[in-house]
Design a protein around this ligand. Structure first.
Ligand code: SF4
Length: 208
């Protein structure tokens, strides 16, 4: 049986990969074409790891060279929000490291009863994929199974998280074009959440 790659290093940063589930099917997702890991070193989890497995995997990590753990793998971390928060608290208690989530921002559609405020004190930073400037364009890119309601839910998540998490920002990739980037900038400004424009890198989902 292949070892599960729950925590992994990429370009000197430490990432946590606790689920392969995702409600979207983004056109640019590394799940379609990943050359960042070899065939025998895949981020595909052979099962969704339990909390005991996640903690045991973290106990094996030499954390001395990292200042931060980023939840971001071959799935959407907030498919398992309670596990993200519990893992983050475990990491913080054990090491004091910062914790970031890279997310599609759809947790309130995936898990309507999840209490967002449980992230307070556990999560330092959230990067939310804005992707587009309106609901239809967003759906065209993400193919979210929640349909057109996805965009506003993602915006609302960003607004709320920004009110109590120290560092919350949107990201878009420059491949969407200058005009659309500018519209995204306006949309981000409308809701008061900073936007970072990332350079598109093939096979790179949200790693930076
Ligand atoms: S980029 Fe993220 S949200 Fe989109 S399909 Fe991949 S894991 Fe899901």
């Amino acid at each position: 049986m292949k070892a599960m790659k729950i925590f992994y290093d990429l370009n000197g940063s430490l990432y946590a990969n606790i689920t392969n589930k995702c409600p979207c099917n983004c056109t640019f997702c590394i799940r379609h074409n990943d050359e960042t890991v070899g065939e025998n070193d895949s981020l595909w989890l052979e099962h969704e790891p339990t909390m005991d497995e996640i903690k045991a995997a973290f106990d094996e990590v030499d954390t001395s060279k990292y200042g931060e753990v980023v939840f971001c793998g071959y799935g959407e971390p907030m498919e398992r929000p309670e596990e993200v928060v519990e893992t983050a608290r475990y990491i913080k208690e054990k090491t004091g490291m910062r914790v970031r989530i890279n997310t599609n921002g759809l947790v309130s559609l995936m898990h309507p009863t999840f209490d967002l405020y449980t992230m307070r004190g556990a999560i330092d930073s959230i990067s939310i994929s804005l992707n587009a400037s309106d609901p239809q364009k967003y759906l065209d890119i993400t193919k979210s199974r929640f349909g057109l309601a996805s965009y506003n839910s993602m915006l609302n998540f960003a607004i709320l998280a920004h009110s109590f998490i120290p560092d919350v920002k949107f990201t878009v990739v420059d491949v969407i074009g200058k005009d659309e980037v500018e519209k995204c900038r306006e949309r981000a400004a409308d809701v008061g959440v900073p936007l970072r424009v990332r350079e598109y890198i093939s096979n790179n989902r949200e790693y930076d």
